[in-house]
Design a protein around this ligand. Structure first.
Ligand code: C5P
Length: 394
């Protein structure tokens, strides 16, 4: 459902991206009430902002018209979320100090709503002790941040300071305003295959597309969860709004998963390679006439079992079992062996068309037995599972 976003545009070169942000927010059904600082008007014009927002632009604290229409206190509270993009070093400093000497800073001090900032500034300004101190203060005050990203900057330098892209900001906005039954829950979803290198150009992989894991992440997000999405090289794009950790190998996936310590739920949908090369080569293996290369395997760590046996075990852990024979029997044994609460079992024999396809035919196996779900779209399986997770946590 569309939300009302009070968007404060600060005076930075990234302000041009805020025009795209407004357009995309409106496309997704949100209302945008724009506020420009006086510095922002040097970068974007009030006319283009108001044309894109389809709304009046607020600029001046002492505009009597605005005070009679809607006072600054009301303006700051009528929104579902206050977003500052770009959040300049100056605006962050004002917020951290609690200054209220123009419309933007006054709204930020007066609001009783959640505030999300998308910082944008030169890398030196970002790394400066004063900005980092202000950031720490803002985080302690409960202000949410999105970015900045690392990259080339308009000033010709390279580093952290680029404003997050509009779709990343929208992801953070939607995560912040979503108030479904999983709000406040942090959920890990592993997804996709892993690639285990043979040499720098070749690897061992499997046919997982990442479609089911991606659908699950999206469904959890829609119920208000904060989702960390640890994904191998998948065919489908990660959903907007999840925190993506992209990995290649099982070892990297394990590292990424073990760095998360505050999880309420773990959903392990990744098709992790069981083996990696014990003798992966640093250089491309050549056809040098000395016979065929011998590939030696080593066993990969079992990420699901490791998490289940750890001190940081989430309250609810869901594993997957992709089988080609004796599906229920194998999956039931796997649930016990790995120590997870639920296993989603499916038959991935080529004839089922499930691996890489749009549908899935699963059985939910828990301590109380096996529950067969009818064949349905991967999105529907995801929604049913997300609803079950919400129910289990309630
Ligand atoms: O043993 P198998 O690969 O069939 O187990 C599948 C389940 O275990 C899935 O949930 C998968 O994500 C997880 N797994 C894992 N680490 C591995 C192998 C599988 O987390 N190395």
């Amino acid at each position: 459902m569309g939300k009302r976003i009070l968007l404060i545009i600060g005076g930075g070169i990234a302000a041009f991206k805020s025009l795209d942000l407004i357009r995309r927010l409106r496309e997704r059904g949100h209302d945008v009430v724009p506020v420009l600082t006086s510095a922002a008007t040097e970068f974007v014009t009030p006319l283009s902002v108001s044309a894109l927002a389809g709304q009046k632009v607020y600029q001046d604290l002492f505009d009597l018209n605005d005070e009679s229409e809607m006072g600054h206190i009301e303006l700051s509270r009528a929104a579902d979320l206050v977003v500052v993009a770009p959040a300049t070093a100056d605006l962050m400093a004002k917020m951290a100090a609690g200054l209220a000497n123009d419309l933007a800073s006054t709204l930020l001090l007066a609001t009783d709503k959640c505030v999300l900032i998308a910082p944008s500034m030169n890398v030196r300004m970002w790394e400066h002790a004063a900005t980092q101190r202000n950031l720490a203060t803002l985080e302690k005050d409960g202000i949410l941040t999105c970015g900045p990203n690392e990259g080339d900057m308009a000033c010709g330098e390279f580093g952290f300071g680029r404003m997050a892209e509009p779709m990343e900001i929208i992801g953070a906005i939607e995560a912040a305003v979503n108030d479904g039954p999983l709000k406040g829950k942090h959920i890990l979803v592993t997804s996709g295959p892993t690639h285990e290198p043979i040499d720098p150009v070749r690897y061992i992989a499997n046919r997982s597309s990442g479609a089911q894991g991606t659908a699950i992440a999206r469904a959890l997000l829609a119920l208000g969860a904060r989702v960390t999405f640890v994904t191998g090289p998948a065919d489908v794009a990660a959903p907007v709004g999840v925190e993506v950790v992209a990995v290649q190998t099982a070892a990297q996936m394990l590292n990424a998963v073990q760095s998360l310590t505050d999880l309420d739920v773990g959903v392990f949908a990744a098709a992790v390679a069981d083996w990696r090369m014990a003798n992966a080569s640093d250089q491309k293996i050549k056809k040098d006439g000395n016979g065929l290369p011998v590939l030696e395997f080593a066993e990969n760590p079992d990420i699901l079992a490791t998490v289940c046996g750890s001190d940081n075990r989430p309250k609810l852990v869901v594993g997957f079992a992709a089988e080609t024979q004796n599906v229920i029997e194998n999956a039931t044994a796997k649930r016990k062996r790995k120590g997870c609460d639920w296993i989603i079992a499916n038959d991935v024999s080529p004839a089922t068309g499930i691996m890489g396809g749009a549908e899935n035919d699963v059985t939910l196996i828990s301590a109380t037995g096996a529950e067969d779900w009818p064949r349905m779209g991967k999105d529907q399986v995801a929604q049913k599972l997300a609803a079950r997770i919400a129910e289990a946590l309630s």
